[in-house]
Design a protein around this ligand. Sequence first.
Ligand code: MG
Length: 158
Amino acid sequence: MNPFTEKALILLQSRGVTLDDIVDCVYYLQKPYHVNLQHKDLEESVLRVLDKREVWHALITAIELDVSAEKSTYANKDLEKIVQMDEGLYGMDEVLAYGICNLYGSIAMTNFGFIDKTKYGIVGRLNEDGKKEGVCHTFLDDMVGAIAAAAASRFAHK
Ligand code: MG
């Protein structure tokens, strides 16, 4: 396994996200377009997205910002409060996720918008858990949505 992929999977796991959770989102996005689609067909696409250095960089940035918000260790307390409260008008969490979608074209972008709205599976669970005291998933839910959207786009193009 590519070193970025392995590190990404470990980091995601440490935040409660498994490979299967992401594959399940890709399945949800691609199911309407294929007959006999299997989860195992999609796993490869998720792993190939996680291979990318750009994705790794987005992921470590996103998770660092969430974890630092949980620990209240931001230097800028205005920003810390915005991230802790997951303020709707902030939008930088989505902007960071677009960085992943942009690697896979407009289908990835559309898929991301869709899963962000429907909050399917792990995306919804992260969003709900993020409302609990001391838990911050402001950036992570968008990362997971973007990785799934990118993997769905990659699969669609094959
Ligand atoms: Mg978010």
